[in-house]
Design a protein around this ligand. Structure first.
Ligand code: LMR
Length: 473
C-alpha cells in the first residue's frame, strides 16, 4: 500500500534543534529555531502566564469543545491587540477573528479559505521568507512566487524592486507580508515604506496577508502593529495571522489567531462562516486552554501590564544582544560593515554566511544557525556572545558576513558626542530605563563605531538617560 511513500527529509529548523540537543559539547550555542531564551539560556515561563494558568486551574471549569472559531473573549482581545481597542473597523463589525492552533494553524486555515474563494490567485512571498510559508501555501494548492526583498549587498531592503514587482502582479494576487521582525532577515519596512506600499496594494487590488508572529519584539506592541493598523485605516481588505508563541512564551500551547478585515460587517459575517467551515474540515475547533490563556493575559487589568513589561524586557534583552554581537564583531573585524545587526529588528538577523560556513560553525565551534545564514539573536547571552563572535571571526572567510566588505562608512557625522549614538539609531520606544542602561554600559566604548541606521530616532529622554550612564572603564 505504501511502497511508493517517499522518506521525509525532515524540516530544516526542527532537524537542527534535534542535532543541537544531541550535541554533547557543553559550550554549544543554539541560534537556530526562533525561540526566545533568557540570559541563563532557559525558556522563560512568564509570571503573567503562570498567574493566568493558576486562575484557569482554580476555576476548575468543565472542558467542552470550543466553537469552531474559538474562545469569544480571546478573539475579542486579539482584534483589539492588533488594531487598537477603538479602531472603527472593530466597532463596525468588519473584523472576523478566529482563534487558531498557533499562527501556523491560522496561516493554513487562511490558505485553504483563499484557495476556495480566490482559486485562480497566486501567492507572492518575500525573497527570502520563512521556510514554511512556501510549503504551506503550496500544500493548499497555490502557485507560490517571490518578490524581491532582501538586499544582500547592504543587509537592507530592496524596496523599489519590491514595489515594482508588486505593481506588475495580476489583480487579486495574494501578497504575504511580514508585519514586523521579518523572518529570516530581520529587515522590516519603515512606517513610510508601509505608507508607500499601501496605494500599490489598493490600486492593484492585491490581497495582503500579514504574518505577525513577533508582535512586541521589534519596537513595541503598538509600533509593531503599524502595518495592520495602516492597512485597516486605508480601508483595505486583508488577512492577518498572529501568534503568541513567542510574545507569551507559550510555544507548545499553540496560541494564535487569524483575522480577516473586511469591507463590511455583512462580508465579515460571511467570511467568518467560511472560516468556521474551513476549521471544521481541518481540526474542528481549537484548544480551550490556549484560548483561556490569551483571554486572561490580554483581558485582565493586572495581568496585561505585567505581560507588557515582560515582553518589553525580552525585547530589551534581544536589543542588548544585538548591540553586544555588533560590538564584538566590529572589534574583531575592523573594516567590516556589520551595522545591519543594529538596523535589523526582532529575533533574527541574516548574516549572509553560506551553507558551508554555517556547517563549519556548527562542526568546529558548536554554534548552530540554520543553513540560510539566519541567526536567532534571542539565543545569545552574555556568556556565549563573545564566543559566538569569535567563532564567526576566527576564519577570515567566515567573516564575509552579509557579503559586505566595503570599508566602514564615515561614522562620525550625526553621532551624539554625549552618547556615541546617532540621533537616528533605532531603539525600542518602550525600552525600560534599566535595560537601556545595561545596554549602554555594555557597549558604550564601541557605540561610536555604529553607523546610523534607518528608521525612527531615539527619544530625547532615552538620549538623556544614555548620556548620564557611566562609561565602562
Ligand atoms: C522559526 O522560524 O524558527 C520559528 O518560527 C519556528 C518554526 O516553526 O519554524
Amino acid at each position: 500500500m505504501f511502497e511508493h511513500v517517499q522518506p521525509y527529509a525532515g524540516d530544516p529548523i526542527f532537524a537542527l534543534v534535534d542535532a543541537y540537543n544531541a550535541d554533547p559539547r557543553p559550550a554549544k550555542v543554539n541560534l537556530s529555531i526562533g525561540i526566545y531564551f533568557d540570559e541563563q539560556g532557559r525558556l522563560p515561563v512568564l509570571p503573567s502566564v503562570q498567574l493566568a494558568e493558576a486562575r484557569i486551574l482554580a476555576a476548575a471549569g468543565p472542558k467542552p469543545y470550543l466553537p469552531m472559531e474559538g474562545d469569544a473573549a480571546c478573539r475579542a482581545e486579539v482584534a483589539k491587540l492588533l488594531l487598537g481597542a477603538d479602531h472603527p473597523a472593530i466597532a463596525a463589525g468588519r473584523v472576523a477573528t478566529i482563534q487558531t492552533v498557533g499562527s501556523s494553524g491560522g496561516l493554513k486555515v487562511g490558505a485553504d479559505f483563499l484557495k476556495t474563494w480566490l482559486p485562480d490567485a497566486a501567492v507572492w512571498v518575500s525573497d527570502p521568507t520563512w521556510d514554511n510559508h512556501r510549503s504551506m501555501f503550496e500544500g493548499s494548492g497555490f502557485q507560490v512566487h517571490s518578490y524581491p526583498y532582501f538586499d544582500s549587498a547592504s543587509g537592507g531592503l530592496r524596496f523599489d524592486a519590491m514595489l515594482e514587482t508588486l505593481r506588475g502582479l495580476p489583480k487579486r494576487s495574494i501578497v504575504l507580508l511580514h508585519a514586523c521582525c521579518h523572518n529570516p532577515t530581520g529587515v522590516d519596512l519603515s512606517a513610510a515604506q508601509w505608507d508607500a506600499l499601501i496605494p500599490v496594494l489598493r490600486d492593484r487590488e492585491l490581497l495582503p496577508y500579514l504574518d505577525l508572529a513577533y508582535q512586541g519584539f521589534g519596537d513595541g506592541i503598538t509600533e509593531d502593529a503599524y502595518s495592520v493598523r495602516a492597512l485597516a485605516d486605508a480601508g483595505l481588505t486583508f488577512f492577518v495571522a498572529n501568534s503568541f508563541s513567542k510574545s507569551m512564551s507559550v510555544y507548545g500551547e499553540r496560541c494564535g489567531a487569524l483575522s480577516a478585515v473586511c469591507a463590511s460587517a455583512a462580508e465579515a459575517e460571511r467570511v467568518m462562516g467560511q472560516l468556521r467551515f474551513t476549521v471544521r474540515r481541518i481540526y474542528s475547533s481549537p484548544a480551550i486552554h490556549a484560548g483561556k490563556i490569551v483571554a486572561h493575559v490580554l483581558g485582565d487589568a493586572d495581568l496585561r501590564p505585567m505581560w507588557e513589561a515582560e515582553l518589553a524586557s525580552m525585547r530589551d534583552r534581544i536589543l542588548a544582544m544585538r548591540l553586544a554581537l555588533h560590538a564584538r564583531l566590529a572589534a574583531l573585524l575592523p573594516g567590516r560593515d556589520v551595522g545591519y545587526l543594529l538596523s535589523q529588528r526582532g529575533m533574527f538577523s541574516y548574516t549572509g554566511l553560506s551553507g558551508a560556513q554555517v556547517d563549519a560553525l556548527r562542526e568546529q565551534h558548536a554554534v548552530y544557525l540554520i543553513r540560510s545564514g539566519r541567526v536567532c539573536i534571542a539565543g545569545l547571552n552574555s556568556a556565549n556572545v563573545g564566543r559566538t563572535a569569535e567563532a564567526i571571526a576566527v576564519d577570515r572567510n567566515l567573516a564575509r558576513i552579509s557579503g559586505v566588505s566595503s570599508p566602514m562608512k564615515d561614522l562620525s557625522s550625526g553621532v551624539s558626542p554625549a552618547t556615541g549614538l546617532s540621533a537616528t539609531t533605532r531603539m525600542p520606544k518602550g525600552a525600560s530605563s534599566t535595560a537601556l542602561a545595561r545596554v549602554a554600559v555594555m557597549t558604550q566604548p564601541l557605540l561610536a563605531l555604529y553607523q546610523p541606521s534607518r528608521g525612527r530616532g531615539l527619544t530625547p529622554a532615552v538620549l538623556a538617560m544614555l548620556s548620564t550612564t557611566p562609561r565602562m572603564p
